[in-house]
Design a protein around this ligand. Structure first.
Ligand code: WT7
Length: 703
């Protein structure tokens, strides 16, 4: 079964109308210095040059041994890029720059507390730290090439050191977002088969230090419940020699890195030359079923793709100061904080805390002080900064040449504020559409060559040929205002290799739907199904509408409804649970939970609190629902499925549509009254929704 086989009606059947936005031309001063400012580049990546066009990206790397095959399709759709080639990702991101330019700043770390000093790490120093930690991973933790190790690190330079030290040896790192709970981390430890966890004692968030180590204990316990023993937990300390957590260190299992790293002082670990297709890391993401998917990314193809796209789309030059506000624990952080920028030898900035701490001027002060000229963030942060300090950017003297938005659709109004107020009409914007699975950008304008259009990501990226299909694989032509399922017709070097340990799921989720011949070795028969609804305008620009599967995109973070519901069901009194999205002006979408209780239990704030707590424990605070509604009964189909689209409509005050085919249509009015009157009383009524938002809500979780 594919993850979407239950969708009978999808966005493809819904005509979508929206106002065509006007173009913004790239600022001439930007174009003059852009890495990609000669239209010949579009020729070099035209379809008739595929797949060889991507050697331009591979040539940006240092290879120990050159590849002999650009693209091997013999085991389609498990593509192999640059087969026969050998390289080391850490060497490419550190050693080669340390040799050429040891004093050049690689990483600038900005701690959250403004009075704490900014830390600058040169390429030479980074190489030393990476070597020492790699030696500790090998000799103290006993890790070797091909082993998996789970990282649960906050936004500190030690996260980068840890990733690169793994890459140096060919240890497959699996970094879990620091905001995820111990249980969520434990599930990923078990799935990846890690026997070592690397974490930190605490970190600053909104002005105080959080106890992060406590999550390691929960994670190890959860992994053990799932059959995976963790024998070592390596704990970096936020303040060397000082322990920020109240949780005891487990004797013989937990070790402070700063108490052992001295034993490896000055050691050099030779970078292990890895086959191009050796896995570099796993990045877990949500889908339709409860079990998270470990997207497995390769060494050669992935690194080539993020290097090339960082150069042409982020327009990174070695002397730029580049700041991406994403978390290192997400794919954006891996590709466009660590691997892409460092491979190009630039300076990458990381910031520990929340963007508006201690006030809404903080990001612009950081940009001014550090001379940041490339800025990269999400629509949620932009909406938030606009709300809390629309006039703040004008007070600071920074200059961005280009700015990125990523992770969710951006409203044209918000885009304009970003352009005029943050960019001061001088920066090119790239709206980059892509996914955990895709390694790097799929859709974006080339900032020096293609005009921007608010709300549209742009055309397919270089060498990426998108197409929109309806449910029956008919191509939906551009310019007719109809949406469908966006797919990529061809493979590209950044695509994940497989779902870790679940190759069938890789086939089912991303390829089964539009593949007509499972035996085919021809890439033309294997369009990549992205799981997003989208439309293509006359000019070939794509407007991404959002997920068509059971995923809710909260502030750019993918949460599976099944994961949320399973978390709620860990509360013993809960009989049934359903998760739906509610439109939110800052976070894009938020989660609302609908719950029915087992007989004999009663609703009330205490029960609601238990459900919220369960979600925080199982997934993390980012998934905390906006509301928990305990209802006497759920609206269901005759086959007993909960009609999520009906309750989603109730939560968003939209028309519930035809409910006559339900097994229990009479419950709808009661739920509507209960939920909507409570919302009205709280002043929590939504603005008028756009056509595309309406379509999303009314089709949510289609049965
Ligand atoms: C989903 C992927 C992209 C890396 C961070 C998120 C949505 C992503 C855009 C964009 C509209 C976007 C899609 C996609 N999305 N970028 N520029 N415009 N929607 O990675 O967690 O794997 O989420 O985010 O729905 O499928 P992710």
């Amino acid at each position: 079964m594919t993850e979407n086989s239950e969708n009978e009606v999808s966005e493809s059947q819904i005509a979508v109308h929206w106002r065509e936005e006007e173009y913004f031309d790239p600022p001439p001063a930007f174009t003059a210095q852009a890495n990609a400012n000669d239209p010949a580049i579009l020729e070099r990546f035209s379809e008739d040059k595929f797949p060889d066009c991507f050697t331009e990206y591979a040539d940006m790397l240092a290879w120990d041994q050159k590849w002999d095959t650009v693209l091997d399709t013999s085991n389609a759709p498990f593509w192999k890029w640059f087969g026969g080639g050998k390289l080391n990702a850490c060497y490419n991101c550190v050693d080669r720059h340390a040799a050429a330019n040891p004093d050049k700043t690689a990483v600038i770390w900005v701690p959250e507390l403004e009075e704490d000093e900014t830390v600058r790490i040169s390429y030479g120093e980074l190489l030393r730290q990476v070597n020492e930690f790699a030696a500790m991973l090998r000799d103290f933790a006993g890790l070797d090439t091909g082993d998996r190790v789970t990282l649960h690190m906050p936004m500190v330079p030690q996260a980068i050191v840890t990733m690169l030290a793994c890459a140096r040896i060919g240890i497959v790192h699996s970094q879990v977002f620091g905001g995820f709970s111990g249980n969520a981390c434990g599930t990923r430890i078990a799935d990846s088969g890690s026997r070592v966890l690397i974490t930190m004692d605490g970190y600053f968030r909104a002005g105080s230090i959080t106890d992060h180590k406590v999550k390691a204990d929960e994670a190890v316990a959860e992994a053990a419940r799932q059959g995976q023993e963790v024998d070592k937990v390596l704990v970096w300390r936020r303040h060397q020699g000082e322990y920020a957590s109240a949780t005891p260190m487990a004797d013989g299992r937990d070790f402070f890195v700063d108490e052992h790293i001295g034993d490896y002082a000055g050691q050099v670990v030779e970078p292990v030359s890895q086959p191009s297709e050796a896995p570099l890391f796993l990045m877990y993401t949500s889908g339709t079923t409860g079990r998270p998917k470990g997207a497995q990314h390769s060494t050669g193809g992935y690194l080539a793709y993020v290097t090339g796209t960082s150069k042409y789309y982020q327009d990174i030059h070695p002397d730029d100061v580049y700041w991406c506000l994403a978390d290192i624990g997400w794919i954006t952080g891996h590709s466009y904080i660590v691997y892409g920028p460092l491979s190009l030898g630039t300076t990458t900035v990381i910031y520990e805390g929340v963007p508006n701490y201690p006030d809404a001027g903080r990001p612009w002060r950081i940009a001014e002080e550090l001379g940041v000229n490339i800025f990269h963030t999400s629509p949620t942060s932009i909406r938030m900064l606009r709300k809390v300090g629309p006039d703040e950017p004008a007070k600071y003297n920074y200059h961005f040449k280009t700015m990125t938005t990523v992770g969710e659709p951006i409203e044209p109004e918000v885009w304009r504020w970003y352009y005029h107020s943050v960019g001061k009409d001088k920066a090119a914007i790239t709206d980059t559409w892509w996914q955990t699975e895709t390694g790097g950008f799929l859709g974006s304008t080339l900032p020096g060559l293609q005009p921007m259009k608010p709300g549209s990501c742009g055309p397919g990226a270089l060498g990426i040929y998108p197409v929109i299909y309806d449910e029956d694989r008919n191509e939906i032509p551009k310019g007719i205002g109809r949406a469908g399922n966006i797919c990529i017709r061809n493979p590209w070097p950044g695509i994940m290799q497989t779902v870790w340990g679940q190759p069938e799921r890789f086939l089912d989720v991303y390829y089964r739907k539009y593949n007509s011949d499972p035996e085919s070795k021809d890439w033309h028969d294997w369009p990549y199904f992205a799981g997003d609804g989208a439309l293509e305008a006359d000019d070939g620009y794509f407007r991404i509408l959002g997920r068509i599967d059971d995923v809710i995109n909260v502030a750019g973070h993918r949460l599976g409804t099944k994961e949320l519901e399973s978390a709620a069901l860990t509360v013993p009194e809960v009989a049934e649970a359903a998760a739906v999205p509610v439109i939110d002006d800052i976070r894009g979408r938020m989660v609302e939970m609908y719950i029915s209780l087992k007989p004999g239990f009663s609703a009330g704030p205490e029960m609601e609190g238990k459900v919220t707590k369960a979600i925080e424990v199982e997934i993390g605070k980012i998934a905390r629902p906006k509301n928990v509604w305990i209802v006497p009964d759920m609206p269901k189909t005759r086959s007993g499925k909960i009609m999520r689209r009906v309750i989603a409509s109730v939560s968003n005050f939209t028309d519930v549509g035809d409910v006559t085919t339900l097994a229990n249509p009479e419950v709808v009015e009661g739920i509507k009254h209960q939920v909507q009157s409570a919302k009205v009383a709280r002043g929590d009524t939504p603005r008028e929704l756009s056509q595309t938002e309406l379509a999303e809500i009314q089709a949510f979780g289609n049965e």
